[in-house]
Design a protein around this ligand. Structure first.
Ligand code: SF4
Length: 349
């Protein structure tokens, strides 16, 4: 299968007159303005190292279809030679649900846009209103249906831990995104960026961000909804760009460089617990077999899962073996009695 490369082009606040309470696009994208020739240089430099990979240009960061129409079409025209020559195989953009209509889709279709990522964030009107999103769940339904009916691939972006949002709201959001025909999803735990209304709310005690543990569990619940329906989750958590790495732009919230891995570990732990009985397995060994490369996720960061399973279920030890016969995400769970005291000692040390 051909390698796939995404060339991300950030359009920041160009297309967005809104101020969602959690959003500081300049912080997220690490830049404050847009330069078409700079975009071309970025595309060229990525293509220079792309080899025979399948390349997609992805317009992220703001609301692409909300950009001034002349500028949006100028950007789209500028990338047409890449599509026509076959050096780039497709285009993708992210936008708000209320910036999708038939006329906009006519333009996107004419310029070869294939995938549209909708910033749905929540399917609860109460949450959308608390975040000053400026659109409703009905807008998201309408936009997603229109995209699918017009033959675009639709990806749903959602958040966990938004003001007023519960774990149940988030599961329902994931279920509704899945039911609308999403071909992919992104799940973002809410981070409190400085100089945002959410930052003020947090400073005044009107909003408390999720802890890292809560965010991991809530994101895991959303991811499991998508996985159960074979919808790939493209990303969990924000990309760690320099602004985030510095941390200076962030007041608080669940920021972790390997959030996706923490969520994978939580999902493995849930699957293992789902296969165990609610009893003590004192003196027994928990034997796990996973696909190649999955050991660290199943063990958990700082052996978190191993330690938890031993404490909660009384296992003497947990062993993990990788098998080339298993696919990513597969797991075989067995328990074994450790008969000999000496053997128990050897495994547990
Ligand atoms: S619509 Fe998107 S880009 Fe605009 S303020 Fe909200 S989150 Fe930020």
């Amino acid at each position: 299968m051909r390698r796939h490369i995404n060339i991300p082009i950030f359009v920041v606040h160009l297309g967005c007159p809104h101020q969602c309470s959690f959003c500081n696009q300049r912080t997220i994208s690490g830049q404050a303005c847009f330069d078409i020739e700079e975009m071309v240089r970025t595309v060229e430099s990525c293509l220079a190292t792309a080899g025979d990979a399948e390349v997609e240009i992805a317009f992220f960061g703001g609301s692409f279809t909300g950009i001034d129409r002349a500028l949006m079409t100028k950007i789209l025209r500028r990338v047409q030679p890449y599509l026509q020559s076959g050096r780039v195989s497709s285009l993708r953009c992210s936008t708000r649900p209320d910036y999708i209509n038939e006329e906009i889709l006519d333009i996107l279709e004419a310029y070869g846009m294939k995938t549209v990522e909708l910033g749905i964030q929540s399917m609860s009107d109460k949450v959308l209103s608390a975040c000053h999103r400026g659109h409703t769940a009905e807008d998201s339904e309408r936009a997603a249906r229109l995209l699918v009916s017009r033959g675009f691939s639709f990806v749903g972006q959602m958040m966990v831990g938004l003001p007023g949002s519960t774990a149940e709201d988030e599961i329902e959001t994931a279920e509704r995104i899945a039911a609308l025909g999403a071909v992919g999803a992104r799940v973002y735990p809410t981070v409190v960026f400085r100089k945002t209304p959410l930052c003020l709310a947090a400073e005044e005690g009107r909003y408390t961000p999720l802890s890292l543990t809560e965010a991991v569990e809530r994101a895991a619940s959303a991811v499991s909804v998508f996985r159960a329906r074979d919808i790939p989750v493209i990303r969990v958590g924000l990309q760690a760009n320099e602004a985030m790495a510095e941390g200076s732009e962030i007041l608080g919230g669940p920021v972790h460089p390997a959030l996706g891995e923490l969520v994978e570990s939580a999902l493995y732990r849930r699957r293992i617990e789902g296969a165990l009985e609610k009893k003590s397995y004192g003196g027994q060994l928990l034997c796990l077999t996973v696909a190649r490369g999955a050991t660290s996720a199943v063990i958990g960061q700082n052996k978190q899962n191993k330690i938890y399973l031993c404490r909660a279920y009384g296992f003497s030890a947990v062993t993990v073996t990788e098998s080339a016969a298993l696919c990513k995400g597969d797991i075989i769970i067995k328990t074994e009695k450790i008969e000999k005291t000496e053997e128990r000692k050897r495994i547990c040390t």
